[in-house]
Design a protein around this ligand. Structure first.
Ligand code: HEC
Ligand code: HEC
Ligand code: HEC
Ligand code: HEC
Ligand code: HEC
Ligand code: HEC
Ligand code: HEC
Ligand code: HEC
Ligand code: HEC
Ligand code: HEC
Length: 303
C-alpha cells in the first residue's frame, strides 16, 4: 500500500505532464514561458500576427510559444539536479541555434503558400539563409516588411548592392520610396535572380510600362534586356546607365562609320572627325527615342 502511494508520488513528480495537468506549469500556456521570459524583447511577439489567440492558425492558443519553438516541456520544467536546463526543440538565434533546416521547418510548417511558395530550392534556401535572418518574429513591427526598414537588413549580406545604392543615380530604395522586394521576392520566384516577374524586362515594365511597346520601330537590345544598358541598383552615370553614350552605344554600333558623314572633316589620329563630333553631341541628342519610336518616320529613333 505504502509502496503504491510512493510510486504514484514518484510518477507525479517525475512526469512533468502530470504536474502540468494541474495547471502549474503547462508548456502549452504562454504564461508558463513568460513567467521567466518577461522582457519586452520577448513579449513583443504577443502583439504580432503570431500572437493572436483568436486566430487558430497561429496555434498560440493551443500550443503557446511552442508553436514556433517546438517541444519545450523539459526546458520549462525544473532541470535535473546539477544539469543544465535542456534547450527548447527549436532555438533560432545565438550560439545554441538549431540547424538552419530545423529552424526553417518550424516556419514553413505553416508557411508554404503565397509569397513563400517558391522557397524550396531558391537562392536563399540553398545558401542556408534562415527565415529569421530577415524576419524578426519578436518585434511588434517586422522591419523587413517595411519600406524604410527593409534595405538595411539586405545590406548586411549584400555589400555590392549597398555600395550601388548610394551612387548618384539609383532607384529610390534608400529613400524609402520603394524596396528591394518591389523587384525581388527574397523567398523565391520562377524568374531569374529572385525577380518577381519571369524576366528582367517584365519586372521593369511593372513600373515603366511606357517602355514596353510594341513600337513601330523597335530597338533590339531594349526588347531583349533592359540591363544591357542599365544597372538596376545604382550607377555613377546618369539614368542608371552602365556606361555613358557614345561608349555605351559603341559596344554595338560603329560610330566611325556613322552615315551622317557630312559631319566629318579632317581626321583625328585614329578617329575620323565625324566620331569626334558625335562624342561631343552624344548619340541620344539625335536618337532621342532610344527605347523605340512610334513616329511614322522614327526609323532611326530620332523622333
Ligand atoms: C523556469 C524558467 C524558464 C521557463 C519556464 C522557460 N524558460 Fe526559456 N530559458 C530560461 C533560461 C534560464 C534560459 C537561458 C538558458 C541558457 O542560457 O542556457 C532560457 C532560454 C530560452 C531560449 C534560448 C535558448 C538558447 O539557448 O539560446 C528560448 C528560445 C527559450 N528559453 C524559450 C522558452 C519557451 C518557448 C518557454 C516556454 C515553453 C520557456 N523558454 C520557458 C528559463 C526558462
Ligand atoms: C503555427 C503556424 C505558424 C508558424 C509556426 C509560423 N507562422 Fe508566420 N504566420 C502565421 C499566421 C496564421 C500568420 C497570419 C497570416 C495572415 O494574417 O494572413 C502569420 C504571419 C506571418 C508573417 C506576416 C506578419 C505580418 O505582420 O503581416 C510573417 C512575415 C511570418 N508569419 C513569418 C513567420 C516566420 C519567419 C516563422 C518562423 C520563425 C513563422 N512565421 C512561423 C502562422 C505561423
Ligand atoms: C532574404 C530575406 C528573407 C528570407 C530569408 C525570408 N523572407 Fe519572408 N519576406 C521577406 C520580405 C522582404 C518580405 C516582404 C515581401 C513583400 O514586399 O511583399 C517577406 C514576406 C513574407 C511573408 C508574407 C508577409 C505578408 O505580408 O503577407 C511571409 C509569410 C514570410 N515572408 C515568411 C517567410 C518564411 C516562412 C521564410 C523561411 C522559409 C522567409 N519568409 C524567409 C524577406 C525574407
Ligand atoms: C512566430 C514564431 C515564434 C513564436 C510564436 C515565438 N518565438 Fe521566440 N523566437 C522566434 C525567433 C525567429 C527567434 C529569433 C530571434 C528573433 O527573430 O526575434 C526567437 C527567439 C526567442 C528567444 C531567444 C532570444 C535569443 O536571442 O536567443 C526567446 C527566449 C524566445 N524566443 C522566447 C519565446 C517565448 C517566451 C515565446 C512566447 C511568448 C516565443 N518565443 C514565441 C520565433 C518565435
Ligand atoms: C544572411 C545573409 C543574407 C540576407 C540578410 C539577405 N541575403 Fe540575399 N543572398 C544571400 C546569399 C548567401 C545568397 C546566395 C549567394 C549570392 O548570390 O550572393 C543571396 C542571394 C540573393 C539574390 C540573388 C539571387 C540570384 O539568383 O542571383 C538576391 C536577388 C537576393 N539575395 C536578395 C536579397 C534581398 C532583397 C534581401 C533582403 C530582403 C536579402 N537578399 C537578404 C544572403 C543574404
Ligand atoms: C528596380 C528593380 C530592382 C530593385 C529595386 C532591386 N533589384 Fe536587385 N536585381 C534587379 C535585377 C534586374 C537583377 C538582375 C540583373 C542584374 O543585376 O544585372 C538584380 C540582381 C540582384 C542580385 C544578384 C546580383 C548578381 O549579380 O547576381 C542581388 C544580390 C540583388 N539584386 C539584391 C538586391 C537588393 C539587396 C536590393 C535592395 C537594396 C535590390 N536588389 C533592389 C532588380 C532590382
Ligand atoms: C516598383 C517600381 C519600379 C520598378 C519595378 C522599376 N522601376 Fe525604375 N524607377 C522607379 C522609380 C520610382 C524611379 C524614380 C523616378 C523618379 O525619380 O522620378 C525609377 C527610375 C528609373 C530610371 C531613371 C533613373 C534616373 O536616375 O533618372 C531608370 C533608368 C529605371 N528606373 C530603370 C528601371 C529598370 C531597368 C527596371 C527593371 C530592372 C526598373 N527601372 C524597374 C520605379 C521602378
Ligand atoms: C540601348 C540601351 C538601352 C536599353 C537596352 C534600355 N535603355 Fe533605358 N535609357 C537608355 C538611355 C541612353 C537613356 C537616357 C536617355 C536620355 O538621356 O535621354 C535611358 C533612360 C531610361 C529611363 C529614364 C528616362 C526615361 O526615358 O524615362 C528609363 C525609366 C529607362 N531608360 C528604362 C528602361 C527600361 C525599362 C528598359 C528595358 C525595357 C530600358 N530602359 C532599356 C538606354 C537604354
Ligand atoms: C547591345 C547592342 C546595342 C547597343 C548597346 C545599342 N544598340 Fe542600337 N541597335 C542594336 C541592334 C541589334 C539594332 C538593330 C540593327 C538592325 O536592325 O540592323 C540597333 C539599331 C539602332 C538604330 C537604328 C538603326 C537602323 O538601321 O534603323 C539606332 C539609331 C541605334 N540602334 C542607336 C543606338 C544608340 C543611340 C545606342 C546607345 C544609346 C545604341 N543604339 C545602343 C544594338 C545595340
Ligand atoms: C547629329 C545627329 C546625330 C548624332 C549625334 C548621332 N546620329 Fe546616328 N544618325 C543620325 C542620322 C540623321 C541618321 C540617319 C542617317 C541616314 O539615314 O543616312 C543616323 C543613323 C544612325 C544609325 C543607322 C545606321 C547607319 O549607320 O545608317 C545608327 C546605328 C546610328 N545612327 C547610331 C548612332 C550612334 C551610336 C551615335 C553616337 C555615337 C549616333 N548615331 C549619333 C544622326 C545622328
Amino acid at each position: 500500500m505504502l509502496k503504491s502511494i510512493l510510486l504514484t508520488l514518484a510518477i507525479l513528480f517525475a512526469t512533468p505532464q502530470l504536474v502540468f495537468a494541474q495547471g502549474q506549469s503547462d508548456p502549452k500556456e504562454v504564461k508558463t514561458c513568460t513567467n521567466c521570459h518577461d522582457t519586452p524583447a520577448v513579449l513583443g511577439v504577443l502583439h504580432t500576427a503570431h500572437g493572436v489567440k483568436a486566430d487558430t492558425r497561429t496555434k498560440i492558443g493551443e500550443e503557446g510559444c511552442q508553436s514556433c519553438h517546438g517541444e519545450s516541456t523539459a526546458h520549462a520544467g525544473r532541470p535535473p539536479e546539477g544539469q543544465p536546463r535542456p534547450k527548447p526543440a527549436v532555438v533560432f538565434s545565438g550560439p545554441a541555434a538549431s540547424p538552419v533546416a530545423e529552424r526553417n521547418k518550424a516556419c514553413s510548417g505553416c508557411h508554404q503558400g503565397g509569397e513563400v511558395v517558391h522557397w524550396a530550392g531558391s537562392a536563399h534556401d540553398t545558401a542556408d539563409v534562415p527565415c529569421s535572418a530577415c524576419h524578426a518574429s519578436h518585434k511588434t513591427q517586422d522591419p523587413v516588411l517595411g519600406k524604410t526598414t527593409q534595405a538595411p537588413i539586405c545590406f548586411t549580406c549584400h555589400a555590392e548592392q549597398r555600395a550601388a545604392a548610394v551612387k548618384p543615380s539609383h532607384h529610390p530604395v534608400t529613400e524609402g520610396v520603394m524596396s528591394c522586394s518591389d523587384c525581388h521576392n527574397p523567398m523565391g520566384s520562377t524568374g531569374p535572380h529572385l525577380l518577381r516577374a519571369d524576366t528582367v524586362n517584365d519586372t521593369c515594365y511593372g513600373c515603366h510600362d511606357e517602355k514596353r511597346g510594341p513600337f513601330l520601330w523597335e530597338h533590339a537590345p531594349v526588347t531583349e534586356d533592359c540591363t544591357i544598358c542599365h544597372t538596376p541598383h545604382g550607377s555613377v552615370q546618369p539614368t542608371l546607365l552602365k556606361q555613358r553614350a557614345p561608349y555605351l552605344c559603341e559596344n554595338c554600333h560603329n560610330s566611325s562609320a556613322h552615315s551622317s558623314q557630312p559631319l566629318s572633316g579632317a581626321n583625328l589620329p585614329g578617329r575620323p572627325q565625324a566620331a569626334r563630333q558625335l562624342v561631343l553631341h552624344g548619340c541620344v541628342n539625335c536618337h532621342s527615342e532610344v527605347h523605340g519610336s512610334n513616329h511614322p518616320s522614327g526609323i532611326r529613333m530620332g523622333r
